[in-house]
Write a protein that binds this ligand. Structure first.
Ligand code: 2M8
Length: 450
């Protein structure tokens, strides 16, 4: 593979770290970090995990504060909502008035939340905070933090295992594209395309995202209608998981969500050990999820991971960046690691571009590829980071270095944007985006051997 971009030099590294920390400081509210000013003015779940990982380098205190702030919004059944709303509840759609979380007896009193979840990266983040604690006082604080958070993390994992595994296949099921984190990905196109919205079933609503960002960067109105319809269906069931699992037209087990779930289950085992508990049940769960990812989501002929529609049992055909994320399993079969790296080295790279940027979220040149529209082609720093961590743990350092160099080149060119055009490097979506900053910090700070 030919290198496209130079690795960062020491002066550049220091400059970028300072700039990244300034982004996080600007987005700090006193108890949490918003993903970006304007478009995302509340606390998001997996964003908080990524932000805490970035902050664990030098600002572990805030990292712990914001994770705990998020978990105050956890529901009594263990479900961690994907948004904890701040005081101004009118500046984002769908806000608390839409979600009406109090339709569920499990929703917390006095805290406004959404009613769906997001990838469970939080145990990994909590463990990172503990690992980075340096002084004796920091170590004591980090241990006390783990003691408080561990029962909540474990309860979230139990919720996923119980309420979100209707077929008993050891995989967590998504009931909404927003739960995947890659909301508008082509991975969900067939399912959303098949969705029939009965006349009169779509509530009236007004998008607020288009007040902040060019419509060409965002999902279409047609996609939004489908998102809103599915969310309203879930809400109208009173957030009853048994009902939704029985009725939801969107019921999907995907490789990204489940690879993060397994990674965090491994982290829970390590946290249990630190706290003097028994890691074995977590290890066993993690291995069961890992086996299920291969058994249920590996497509042996195309040799890639795909999402499975649990309603029909079929695999969803679109290969996207989520196919690579099972690299997070440290024990993934070497033949599968080779297959993923083969794809990374060819199909996801644009053969004609002299200096394109890695890793597009959808194959460049694939019909439907869109270089700037949200999750349908652009490079995102969080998927880059997940692959970077996965590649390093499998010793694929050449590929990991390429991803790092590309991530740095993108931020140098366009700033801390939400996502980037893989062909031109132009920035799109929100600006001053927190996880871009936080994960660049992790990539620049993490020593080679770790
Ligand atoms: C995006 O999703 C929200 C809905 O949750 C939105 O478009 O309004 C996604 O990129 C999601 O993964 C992310 O957590 C959120 C905030 O950054 O924005």
């Amino acid at each position: 593979m030919r290198p496209h971009h130079d690795p960062p030099d020491p002066a550049q590294r220091d400059r970028l770290l300072t700039a990244a920390r300034a982004v996080l400081d600007r987005n700090w509210t006193g108890a949490s970090t918003i993903p970006a000013p304007g478009i995302y003015p509340h606390q998001w779940s997996w964003d908080t995990g990524f932000i805490a990982i970035g902050r664990s380098w030098g600002d572990g205190r805030r990292a712990a504060v914001e994770l705990e702030h998020l978990f105050e919004a956890q529901w009594a059944n263990g479900m961690l909502p994907h948004i904890r709303f701040g005081p101004d509840t009118t500046n984002y759609f769908p806000g608390p008035d839409f979600w009406q979380a109090d339709r569920s007896p499990a929703a917390p009193a006095g805290i406004e939340t959404s009613g769906i979840t997001q990838p469970p990266i939080h145990a990994v983040a909590a463990l990172e905070i503990h690992r980075r604690a340096g002084t004796a006082a920091e170590r004591a604080d980090a241990r006390a933090f783990l003691e408080r958070l561990y029962p909540r993390l474990a309860s979230m994992h139990r919720y996923l295992a119980a309420a979100r595994d209707p077929s008993g296949i050891d995989l967590a099921t998504l009931v909404h594209p927003w739960e995947s984190g890659l909301d508008n990905s082509p991975a969900w196109d067939r399912l959303l395309g098949d969705l029939e919205i009965p006349p009169g079933a779509l509530p009236a609503y007004e998008r607020r995202d288009l007040m902040h960002v060019d419509p060409a960067d965002r999902p279409t109105d047609d996609a939004y209608d489908r998102f809103v319809y599915l969310a309203a269906t879930y809400r109208d069931s009173g957030y009853d998981d048994a009902t939704i699992v029985e009725r939801s037209p969107f019921l999907v087990a995907g490789p990204l969500f489940n690879a993060i779930y397994l990674w965090s289950e491994e982290a829970l085992g390590e946290i249990a050990t630190i706290l003097g508990g028994d890691p074995a049940p977590h290890r066993a769960r993690a291995r069961a999820i890992a086996r299920a990812i291969v058994r249920e989501l590996w497509e042996p002929e195309r040799r890639l991971f795909l999402a499975r529609d649990l309603r029909t049992g079929r695999l969803e055909p679109e290969a996207t960046v989520i196919s690579f994320v099972p690299l997070l399993d440290a024990e993934l079969d070497t033949g599968i690691v080779d297959a993923i790296c083969g794809d990374l080295g060819s199909t996801m790279f644009h053969p004609a571009a002299a200096a394109h940027f890695l890793v597009p979220t959808y194959g460049v040149g694939t019909p439907g590829f869109d270089a700037r529209r949200y999750w349908r082609g652009p490079v995102w720093l969080n998927t880059n980071w997940l692959l970077w961590r996965g590649l390093r743990q499998h010793g694929r350092h050449e590929y990991a270095a390429e991803i790092l160099a590309s991530s740095v080149a993108l931020v140098e060119r366009a700033g801390f944007r939400e996502y980037f055009d893989p062909l031109t490097g132009e920035g799109h979506g929100g600006d001053g985006f927190s996880w871009t900053a936080a994960l660049l910090i992790d990539m620049l700070e993490r020593p080679d051997g770790e």
